[in-house]
Each structure stands twice: as C-alpha cells, then as structure tokens.
Design a protein around this ligand. Structure first.
Ligand code: ZN
Length: 360
C-alpha cells in the first residue's frame, strides 16, 4: 500500500502514520462497508423471496390438510396384536432399506419385533455399497457385480458393464497421468465387447483427446455428473431384483398409494354424507370405488372370471380345468352338476376335483 513516489507520503501525522496510508485505509474501509451493505441487502432481498414462498407453502398446507381422516379408515384396522406386528415389521424393513440401522434396532427393541439376521444381511450389504457409490467409490459395487456376474446376466442386467464404464470415465477425468491405467483398465471391457461394442468404441475414442482434455472434446458428454445418480438407481434396481426384493419398500408404496387414494376417499365420504346414503359404504375392507394408482402400482395382471365376470380373489381363486380353460372357483361350483362338470368352452366333461388352483 505504500507509495514511496507519491509526494503525500512525505507528510506524516503526529502519531507517525502517513496521511497517504490513512487515505488508502479509509478508502479500503469505505469499500468494505459498501460491500457488506450490498451483501446484506442481497441477502435480505433473497430472504424476502424465499420467505414469500415458504409462507405460501404453510398456508397451502393449512388449507388442504385435513386432520380428520379417521372417517375413511376402519377403526379396528390395527386392533389385533398380529396386525400391529406386521406394521412394526414393515417399518423396520423400511428403515433397514434406508440404511437407518440404529433406528431400526431401537424400534425392534421397543416393539418386541424379532428380525432374523438373514433378512437384515442383504440390506446391510446393499447400504454399504450404495453409501460407497454416493461417495463415488465404485470398488464395493464392482466386487459385488463380479461375484454375482452370472445371476446378473440371467436377469439381462448391464450393471457390471456400467460400473466398469464409469470407472474408466473416472480415470479419464484424471487426465493424461491416468492414460496408462485407463488403457490397462480397458481390458475389463473384453467380456462385453459383443453386447456393448458402440459404447466401448466411444470410450476408446475418447483416449485420443486425453492430452487436450476430454472436457474440450466431442466426448465431453462422457463426463456428465448425473451418471453417479444413475448408477445408484441401476444398482438398487438390479440388486433388489437379484435378491427378490421390490425396489421400493412396501411401506413407501403403501404410503404413496394412500396419499393418492385419501383425497378421493375423503370426497366420496363427503358426497355420501351430503346425500344421506350412508349405507353405500359399509364394508370398510373394501373401497366404494376403484382408484387408479397408475401403472407403477401394477404388480400382476388380474384374472376376471369369463363366466361370472368378477375379479378373482383369495376367497374365489382362478381354477384351471384339465382341458386348460380357466374359470373362477365360484363359477366352477355353480357349473358342477351331480359331481360332474362340463367345461363351458370346449365342452369337455370332467371331474371338478381335478381342477387346479393357479393363483393365491
Ligand atoms: Zn375346456
């Protein structure tokens, strides 16, 4: 800050501080004050924007939140200890899936639910690998994929290739210093050569630009950062499929379905009360209308009996006759005459006890 050439620097104040220094100091202080003021103003205006939105959210929740949902729920639904046990188990399983192990253990202790170690183990492993993936560490996932290679291939999964590809890209990210390692790592692509030829060509092509930086080359799309989120999703999906688990926990599926169904049910309840036809919805195990939860919630096809035109259920399951035709058990009982059944379709005569239950 000293300016020895400036004549002002020769003037000194009684305390020995040069006037020029004081001027510079006061200018710097003024600039600092200005900066602080601007930052505070910016923060205040941003806070105002956010506050506006946040307060609107609060009002929207108050307006739409109906605390009284018991009208559409059967009061006795959680009465039996067995059902409460199911609920606790479902919550514990959800917590394990989320990696909240200590919370799950506490809930087990407090609710008296006993969880078998064999049920816990897969979730512990999945979470360990996912945690590493989130930290951009591919090794545990790669080890897992190599161990389960054949089973993954049986599921038509491309997870192992995707993991090797991402590992290779992370090497490219390191620039020219990783060139040799990247070339050596490329050998891992060999088993996938026929299935992923195009992808492998692109990865190899990018090596040409390693010296000048992939980010300035036609291959810059290889460095997109959302690949890490994608690999976490791929891993979760394929690992769950391999372990015979659903991707979403039963609790989150039930919760999401409830969120979709509840507003519809509340409306129906209101309409029923307004028109004073309370007898319409007495069976609380059964919904008064069909609620479409979207394709995501279709887990299996539904068989409707071609004779009675009813959906089959646990109490009225689909039955396969020996001729191969399928009808519901109620229809089978109705069509049985003197211990004999004539298939309404072929029409082959047969013993109704030969029919086999094919679902539930
Ligand atoms: Zn038949």
């Amino acid at each position: 800050m000293q300016k020895p050439d400036c004549p002002a620097s020769l003037n000194t104040s009684p305390s020995g501080v040069r006037d020029a220094d004081l001027t510079v100091l006061s200018q710097t202080m003024a600039q600092c004050c200005k900066n602080i003021k601007e930052t505070v103003q910016l923060l205040a205006s941003r806070h105002k924007d956010i506050h506006g939105s946040v307060s609107k959210v609060g009002k929207a929740i108050d307006r739409n939140f109906d605390a009284e949902v018991s009208a559409v729920v059967a009061e006795t639904v959680w009465d039996s200890p067995e059902r409460q046990k199911y609920l606790s188990e479902t919550i514990v399983e959800h917590l394990y899936r989320q990696g909240m192990l200590s919370v799950a253990e506490d809930l087990c202790q407090e609710s008296g639910v006993v969880i078998d170690m064999s049920m816990k183990q897969p979730f512990l492993e999945l979470n360990r690998i996912l945690e590493a993936l989130r930290m951009q560490d591919l090794r545990p996932a790669l080890e897992w994929a190599v161990t389960n290679r054949q089973r993954l291939l049986d599921l038509n999964s491309t997870l192992e290739f995707k993991l090797h590809r991402l590992y290779f890209i992370s090497l490219l990210n390191g620039g020219i210093t990783n060139q040799l390692e990247a070339l050596q790592y490329a050998r891992h692509f060999q088993p996938f050569a026929s299935q992923h030829q195009r992808d492998i060509q692109i990865l190899m092509g990018s090596l040409v630009y390693l010296r000048h930086g992939i980010e300035n080359s036609p291959y810059r799309s290889l460095l997109e950062t959302n690949q890490w989120a994608e690999i976490c999703n791929s891993f979760t999906r394929d690992a769950c499929a391999l372990l015979g688990l659903s991707v979403e926990s039963p609790l989150s599926v039930s919760f999401a379905s409830g969120c979709m169904a509840l507003p519809v049910l509340m409306n129906i309840k209101q309409v029923i009360e307004q028109r004073q036809c309370s007898g319409v919805w007495t069976h609380k195990d059964e919904l008064p209308i069909e609620i479409d939860l979207g394709k995501k919630c279709w887990y299996h096809s539904v068989f409707a009996c071609p004779i009675l035109r009813q959906q089959t259920s646990e109490s009225n399951p689909p039955m396969k006759l020996i001729c191969g035709h399928v009808i519901s058990r109620d229809a089978l009982n109705k069509l049985t005459n003197a211990g004999k059944l004539k298939c309404p379709y072929c029409p082959m005569e047969q013993n109704p006890s030969d029919a086999k239950q094919i679902f539930f």
